[in-house]
Every structure is written in structure tokens, then in C-alpha cells.
Design a protein around this ligand. Structure first.
Ligand code: KG4
Ligand code: ZN
Length: 342
């Protein structure tokens, strides 16, 4: 008989371009976390190609699950449940993970738990804390999402606001493509901007109204495009910047994204009078974002907690962790559960 504290959950994640499986004990102890990235396959297209992603998951999913179980020295009979991301994401990709999880749950006679990918990014930040004191203001900042929530429990998140257009990660990915830097753009821009002057090109921060919590990043990308190609795209053949000019431009663009995110999430903490902030999602891996948020949080007496870097980008430990919380709350899924893009 497993109790909540030692219950092991197998998590499976395949919503975008990472095939991942993990075993987590008691919702906290990560016994294994295997991530098979498809970055190399998608890099030539400077973005995720859904057909390639689906096929990649199909090839990787069984070996990745086997590796996660073996690294965790866990046999299927030791598991309390199988958890899987069912939304949001690319439907063809989600289906591979969901179908695998259903087949395993059925074959092993284990309960199935359906997990929302964005809620799992929040859970990844909660996993960094030894104790939880709800509520939190939560920033989820990834390639597909930039949203603020009021988090009441691992299972309850009230949406405060979202981006009106591009997600922050998307703004970095698109900027990298404009600059001829490799996909994914966030880490490329972070690397290329090292040693650059973040004040060299003062991009206007998209802060919107003084008390607005909404995000909008598409204007930044357009400003970069005009900076590169001239007003009205009058210099379409202009050479791309290199060397120090490239470093300055990347540092400045990244600073505009990072400053906007840092100001808005602290603004939310002050507006809601909640002195606790969680930050998760792929962009939360960014060192300059972590530093900017930490600096402002310290000034405003807010306790800021980030997901561990390896659990910011897509992984299955966060799926198994949240899966444990849902399993413990009796929130099980039917084997007929469907996947959803949104
Ligand atoms: O959470 P994630 O792995 O997938 C989604 O759910 O979208 O986030 C991927 C996003 C990409 O846009 C990528 O460029 C960005 O996270 N990213 C970063 C860094 N590492 C990944 N952005 C800024 N700095 C990084 N170090
Ligand atoms: Zn994600």
C-alpha cells in the first residue's frame, strides 16, 4: 500500500518538441528525468515542424519511458499512477504521449492522470520550495505562453492576464530568426548578447498602460525588423550585424523583454498585495530574467522563486509532480480522455 508521501508517479510529456518521461516520488523527489530534445531536427526550419515533432515522439517515446523507469530503479508495479500532458500543445505530438500513457496505464492496471502543461510549469516552480504558502502570483513564460496567474493551490490558478499577441519566448525565437541565429532563439540570444551593452539600442518597453498587467511583444519584433532593414524595409539587403554590434543588439533586445516581464510580475504582486512570486516556463531559464526579477523582488520585499533551470524548459518531472497532486486529490482521468490544442 503506497501512501501519498512515497507514491511514485510516472510522468510523460510530448506536447511540443521534447519527448520526456520522469519518475517522481511524493510529488517532490525526482528519481529520474529523461528529456530527448528534437532541437537538431527542427533547427533547419528555425521553428517546430508539427509533422517532424509527431514522428520524433513516436520513435523516442518507448525508449524514453524505459530509461526513466530504469534510472529511477522503479518497476511498473511500484507506480501509483501514470500522468500525461493532455493539453495544450500540438495535437499530433500530444496524441503520442497520451496514447502511450493510456496503453501503459491499462496494461499495468494503474490510474491515469491528465495534466495541463501550463499548470505543470507552475508546479515546477513550486517544487523549488520546501514549504508552500498560498496564494502566489505566478508568471509562466514560455515559447507558447506568457501569462500571470493567482495560484491558490497546485491545482487552482486564476488567470490574471496573458499576452495580447506573441509570447516572450516567441519574441526571442522570432528575433533570433531575423538575426540569423539558431533555434531555439532564447538561449541563442542570451549567448550572443553576452558582453553586449543592454543600453546600446533603447527598444521601447511594451508596458502598455501604467497599471496594465497585459503583455504585448509583437511590436518589439517589428522594431527589430525595422532596425535591421531600415524604415519601411527600405534596406532589404542590409547585412546582418556581427561581432560587438550583434552582441549589443541581442543584449538590448533581451533587456527589453526581460525588463518588461520583471516589471509586470512585480506590478502584479503589488496590485494583488501578494508578496510571493513563482516563475516558470522555458524563458525562466534566462539568467538575465532571473537577475532582473530577483533585483526588483528584493526591492519590493517579494519572495521570488524560480523553477530549477532543468525544470524550466519542457520536462516530465513537472508532469509527474503535478500528476501526484492530482492523483492524491482523486482527480483521475478516464482512458477515453482526449487531447486538446488549447
Ligand atoms: O517551456 P518551453 O520549453 O516550451 C513551451 O512550453 O513553449 O519553452 C521554450 C521557450 C522557447 O521560446 C525558448 O527560446 C525559450 O523557452 N528559452 C529561453 C531560454 N531557454 C529556453 N529563453 C531565454 N533564455 C533562455 N536561456
Ligand atoms: Zn512548456
Amino acid at each position: 500500500m503506497t501512501t501519498g508521501a512515497d507514491a511514485r508517479v510516472l510522468g510523460i510529456e510530448s506536447s511540443c518538441d521534447e519527448t520526456a518521461a520522469a519518475v517522481v516520488r511524493g510529488g517532490r523527489a525526482v528519481l529520474s528525468s529523461v528529456v530527448r530534445s528534437q532541437v537538431a531536427e527542427h533547427a533547419p526550419w528555425r521553428g517546430v515542424v508539427p509533422e517532424i515533432a509527431g514522428r520524433g515522439h513516436l520513435e523516442a517515446i518507448v525508449p524514453v519511458v524505459e530509461e526513466a523507469l530504469s534510472a529511477a530503479r522503479t518497476s511498473p508495479r511500484d507506480l501509483a499512477a501514470v500522468a500525461v500532458t493532455t493539453q495544450p500543445g500540438l495535437v499530433g505530438s500530444l496524441l503520442v504521449g497520451a496514447t502511450t500513457a493510456k496503453a501503459l496505464a491499462w496494461a499495468w492496471s494503474k490510474p491515469l492522470v491528465a495534466v495541463h502543461h501550463i499548470e505543470a510549469h507552475v508546479y515546477a516552480a513550486l517544487m523549488s520550495l520546501p514549504e508552500w504558502h498560498f496564494p502566489y502570483v505566478t508568471l509562466v513564460v514560455s515559447g507558447g505562453h506568457t501569462s500571470l496567474y493567482r495560484t491558490e493551490s497546485p491545482l487552482r490558478h486564476a488567470l490574471l492576464c496573458s499576452t495580447r499577441d506573441d509570447a516572450a519566448g516567441e519574441a526571442l525565437d522570432k528575433a533570433a530568426a531575423l538575426l540569423g541565429l539558431p533555434y531555439p532563439g532564447g538561449p541563442s540570444i542570451e549567448k550572443a548578447g553576452t558582453g553586449g551593452d543592454p543600453g546600446a539600442h533603447p527598444f521601447k518597453l511594451p508596458l502598455l498602460a501604467p497599471d496594465s498587467l497585459d503583455f504585448s511583444f509583437s511590436g518589439l519584433k517589428t522594431a527589430l525588423l525595422y532596425h535591421l532593414k531600415g524604415p519601411g524595409l527600405s534596406r532589404p539587403e542590409a547585412p546582418l550585424p556581427a561581432g560587438q554590434a550583434l552582441a549589443d543588439l541581442c543584449a538590448s533586445y533581451e533587456a527589453a523583454v526581460v525588463e518588461t516581464l520583471a516589471r509586470k510580475c512585480l506590478r502584479a504582486c503589488l496590485q494583488l498585495d501578494i508578496p510571493r512570486l513563482l516563475v516558470g516556463g522555458g524563458v525562466a531559464r534566462n539568467q538575465r530574467l532571473r537577475a532582473a526579477v530577483a533585483r526588483r523582488a528584493q526591492r519590493d520585499n517579494v519572495q521570488a522563486t524560480f523553477a530549477a533551470p532543468e525544470f524550466c524548459t519542457d520536462n516530465a518531472a513537472m508532469i509527474a509532480g503535478l500528476g501526484h497532486a492530482r492523483w492524491a486529490a482523486g482527480k483521475l482521468a478516464d482512458l477515453a480522455v482526449d487531447v486538446a490544442a488549447r
